[in-house]
Ligand binder design. Structure first.
Ligand code: PEP
Ligand code: CO
Length: 477
């Protein structure tokens, strides 16, 4: 049998009718079974955590519009990130992936982006300086607008409404109108992502991330805290080193010191959106999801025969997959095979989120299993999602002690297995919120009500983020 023509697409855009023709085609080539992939082949698989869009025609129209809009990132940038993550997989760099649990359409402003970037840059400097290694900085930003929820509906006083699924889908306000999934929100998410990315590009390439300015990244409310002072000391040390380099004839004015690479990522949850932004790269002919540099599969949608794995296996971006406490060694190997059959270093990042009490027993079998194969993955610790609980005050929260305990367990497991703990994946904000407990300037249960502003999960504030960075920097040292 002949291999079917796989691409019936126009460059840059595509015709959904033509592509549908190829969806279910497969054929034998010797002993190998080839299964064709295209942007819509996920539709042949069971799909979880999708909104119940009330108006299919309106969704189709929005999706068509999205296919015509410019890509947010470029294939070359995604390839560059794969290469950087490849260095992490080899044990020569560290990843810091961080940002909101869910970005919001409300209160969207330049300062919030700037503050978040400052905190991430500060954490990266702390990590990089103590590890003596580059830090690959990836934001959960410019696209992190959709959430899988434990229940599809929420009931208050006998009224049952769809759960809040992120601003890309509906609003958090508990009313029928607000909770109704509205496809126009996909366009708003695209537009907000575009303007966020524009500002991030300006900040990171335009002098803001200049190492000579690292003192200015300390946020006002952080500067007087124990963490802020510790950061200040480190910044002074680095400044001295930079001055020394200048004296020695190495110019800290070079682009290497003045610019930084910053990549975007989000959970690829709403597949109509991701499909529409997936484009064929004119240089290589490969498909890239141009909604972000890196996309990940969540813990609730990582089924091997599911739509999310199907979609993600065909895009050429670097991808992540959450790995929770129920993942078996066989599951993880099967995910590696499905998502990275060509074994490209940096292509696949496994983001472990087991919980502080489970990591010690749960992670080692997975590390050993992958070690026995020729898969080179990046291992990240997400110490947030396995450590959420409801406080006596009724807030969904996390304690920094548990977060640190999980990260410590993650590093210990890698040390024992002789594998590389590639870095951390955390939920944080640059705002002075009170959502997570603990820290050197501790947040107590009574403080939670003061500035609990998250759209979804509780985030570390800037102080707690620095606390975590210093703790991790001691582990990587
Ligand atoms: C998240 O990262 O916000 C999330 C929902 O994580 P997980 O899929 O690991 O539960
Ligand atoms: Co979250």
């Amino acid at each position: 049998m002949q291999r079917p023509e796989r691409s019936g697409y126009a460059e840059g855009m595509y015709n959904r009718k033509t592509s549908l023709k190829y969806v279910a085609e497969w054929f034998y080539l010797g002993e190998t079974v080839w299964v064709t992939w295209d942007r819509t082949s996920w539709k042949n698989k069971p799909v979880k955590h999708q909104p119940d869009w009330p108006d299919g025609a309106a969704l189709d129209e929005v999706q068509k519009k999205l296919t015509e809009l410019p890509p947010l990132i470029f294939a070359g940038e995604a390839r560059e990130l794969t290469a950087r993550l490849g260095q992490v997989a080899e044990g020569n760099a560290i990843v810091l992936q961080a940002g909101d649990c869910a970005e919001s359409f409300d209160g969207f402003n330049a300062n919030a982006i700037k503050h978040k970037l400052k905190v991430i840059l500060q954490m990266a400097v702390v990590l990089s300086y103590s590890a003596g290694m580059p830090v690959v900085k990836i934001g959960r930003i410019a696209g992190q607008f959709a959430k899988p929820r434990s229940k599809p509906t929420e009931t208050i006083d006998d009224t049952e409404l769809p759960s809040f699924l992120g601003h890309m889908v509906n609003d958090a306000t508990f009313s029928e109108k607000d909770r109704r999934p509205d496809p126009q929100r996909l366009l708003q998410a695209y537009n907000q992502s575009a303007s966020t990315l524009n500002l991030l590009r300006a900040f990171t390439q335009g002098g803001f991330a200049d190492l000579n300015r690292l003192q200015s990244w300390n946020l006002d409310f952080v500067a007087q805290s124990p963490q802020g002072k510790r950061y200040e000391q480190l910044a002074q040390e680095i400044s001295k080193a930079l001055k020394f380099m200048e004296v020695a004839g190495i110019s800290p004015d070079s682009a290497q010191f003045q610019e930084t690479d910053f990549y975007t990522s989000h959970e690829a949850l709403i597949l109509q959106y991701e499909e529409a932004l997936t484009r064929k790269d004119s240089l290589t002919g490969d498909f890239y999801d141009c909604s972000a540099h890196m996309l990940w599969i969540g813990e609730r949608t990582r089924q091997l025969d599911g739509a999310h794995v199907e979609f993600m296996r065909g895009i050429n971006n670097p991808i992540g997959c959450k790995v929770g406490p129920t993942a078996t060694p066989d599951d993880v190997i099967a995910l590696c095979e499905a998502l990275n059959p060509k074994r490209i270093p940096g292509r696949l990042t496994l983001i472990v989120r087991m919980g502080a009490d489970t990591i010690e027993t749960g992670l080692p079998p997975l590390l050993e299993a992958v070690k026995k194969t020729d898969h080179k993955v990046v291992w990240l610790s997400d110490p947030m999602h396995g450590n959420t609980f409801t406080s006596d005050s009724g807030h969904k929260t996390r304690h920094l002690d548990s977060v640190m305990k999980e990260v410590t367990g993650f590093f210990a497991a890698h040390k024992k297995a002789g594998t590389w703990p590639g870095g951390i994946h955390v939920e944080l904000t640059g705002d002075n919120v009170t959502e997570c407990l603990g820290g050197a300037a501790p947040i107590e249960t009574a403080d939670l009500q003061k500035r609990y502003e998250t759209m979804c999960d509780p985030r570390l504030n800037a102080n707690q983020s620095l606390d975590l960075a210093f703790a991790v920097s001691e582990l990587v040292r």
